[in-house]
Each structure stands twice: as structure tokens, then as C-alpha cells.
Design a protein. Structure first.
Lengths: 123, 131
């Protein structure tokens, strides 16, 4: 029997950060992970589709590596009790939730920006 | 003079992935990074505020590490030419249609909630490999 989890996710998780603090932190990553993917872009369509799923109050971003070692972010909707909106399989009434990937990495894609967060320069 | 970049972002970037494949990729990450943060999440409010910024066609997620070595994701809105929506300094835009300078305020997000280490971390195929 599934134990009911408490409602703990409000949708308010996450907040603003000063651009220069953010730039320092993205630089730390680039310095430590020389040559790796530094960012991923998801277009608004998939983000809005997942956010529109019934009960979705947040998006969770999973760190992932494919079988060639390439980095990905896998995204799923999150319910108010913190569970992911993924189809558990075998459910009496299957629910089709979308899990997203195929984000556009930088470097390696058209439109990668030069700027405070990507290379520390002023855009 | 700033060179104008071509529009390359459509808003369609990213797409669905099969759960089993996603589960196998998140497992790869956990195997390679034992004990590390495996996921972060942002509430709907900040995501929708960024998506509502004028010209925003998507959100870019930057890997980041703070000065204590803790992992973060920093998020920004992205416009059609791929540039991030960032205010480097408080500045006035050239002029609005009425000739009155307008302040652009773009939000950059952080303070996402990591797993493990936060209430509500899930147990499923993506987080531990099984339901």
C-alpha cells in the first residue's frame, strides 16, 4: 500500500541571484570541468507543456550521462508532495507524463552566447 | 558597435525522452558521481516569471559551483539569437516607444532545491532506478 506523502512543495522554490555572484559560480564550474558542456537550453514549448500537467508545481532537473558519456539534463514535473510526474507503469489507469531531454548544449549548438555567465565577458 | 546575431532559437528546443532511457542515463550519472547531488528543482513561480520576460523563448541552465563547492543550476531567459537575458548592471534601455527610458529587469534564478538533501526527494526510476 502506498503511503501518502505530505504536501511540501509550494511552487515557490528557487529565487533570484545576483548576476555577478552567478558569474563567479559558473566560472568555478568551467575552471573545474575544462571543456565540458557548461549549459543546456530548453525551449519554452516543452517547459510550458510539462508545467501545464495536472498537479505540476515545479520542474526537477536530473543530471544524466548518456552511454557515450555526454551530459544531459532530464526534466520531469513535480507534484506538491515532491514526487516526480513519471508514469510508474502497471498503473490501472496509465497517466502520460512527459519527461524531457534533447536540450541544446553549449558549447556545441547554434546561438551559444558570449556573456557574463558563459565566459565571464560583458555581452 | 554590437554585431546583431541571427535568430537561431525557436522555442522548440528539447523534447520527450522515454522513461527507461532517461532512467538509464540518470543511473550513469549516479554511478559516476557517487554521493553527489543528483537533481535540482525549481518551483513553477520562478520558471513562469522568467518565461514571461519579453522576448524569452526558453531557459538556459548553467552548471555552477559556489565557493564552498556546492553544486547549483543557474537559470536565465534566452532570446531568439541565443543570448541570455541578463542585466549586468542596472541600466536604462535606449528608449521606449514614448521616448521615456525604461529599466529592463531580468531575473536570474538559483536557490533550487537539491536531492539528496531536501524534503520531498522522490524514489523512482529517475532517482534510484526503480519505483
Amino acid at each position: 500500500m502506498e503511503t501518502e506523502r505530505k504536501s511540501i512543495i509550494t511552487g515557490k522554490e528557487g529565487g533570484p541571484i545576483d548576476p555577478h555572484v552567478a558569474a563567479g559560480w559558473t566560472k568555478n564550474f568551467r575552471d573545474k570541468q575544462n571543456g565540458e558542456t557548461i549549459s543546456h537550453l530548453f525551449g519554452r514549448e516543452i517547459l510550458e507543456r510539462i508545467l501545464a500537467q495536472d498537479g505540476c508545481v515545479a520542474l526537477r532537473f536530473y543530471h544524466a550521462n548518456d552511454h557515450d558519456g555526454k551530459r544531459h539534463l532530464v526534466i520531469s514535473g513535480v507534484n506538491h508532495d515532491g514526487t516526480d510526474q513519471v508514469d510508474p507503469g502497471g498503473a490501472a489507469k496509465p497517466v502520460l507524463y512527459e519527461v524531457g531531454d534533447q536540450s541544446t548544449p553549449c558549447p556545441g549548438s547554434p546561438g551559444c552566447p558570449k556573456g557574463l555567465l558563459s565566459d565571464g565577458t560583458s555581452s | 558597435m554590437e554585431t546583431k546575431r541571427k535568430p537561431v532559437i525557436t522555442g522548440n528546443e528539447g523534447g520527450p525522452i522515454k522513461l527507461d532511457e532517461a532512467a538509464s542515463w540518470t543511473k550513469n550519472y549516479r554511478d559516476r558521481h557517487p554521493g553527489e547531488t543528483i537533481s535540482q528543482f525549481f518551483g513553477k513561480e520562478i520558471l513562469e516569471r522568467i518565461l514571461a520576460q519579453e522576448g524569452c523563448l526558453g531557459i538556459r541552465f548553467y552548471y555552477a559551483i559556489d565557493h564552498d563547492g556546492k553544486k547549483h543550476l543557474v537559470i536565465t531567459g534566452v532570446v531568439s539569437d541565443g543570448n541570455d537575458q541578463i542585466n549586468e548592471e542596472p541600466h536604462e534601455d535606449a528608449a521606449s516607444a514614448t521616448g521615456v527610458p525604461v529599466q529592463k529587469i531580468y531575473e536570474i534564478g538559483d536557490q533550487s532545491t537539491p536531492c539528496p538533501g531536501s524534503p520531498g526527494c522522490p524514489h523512482n526510476k529517475l532517482s534510484v532506478g526503480k519505483f
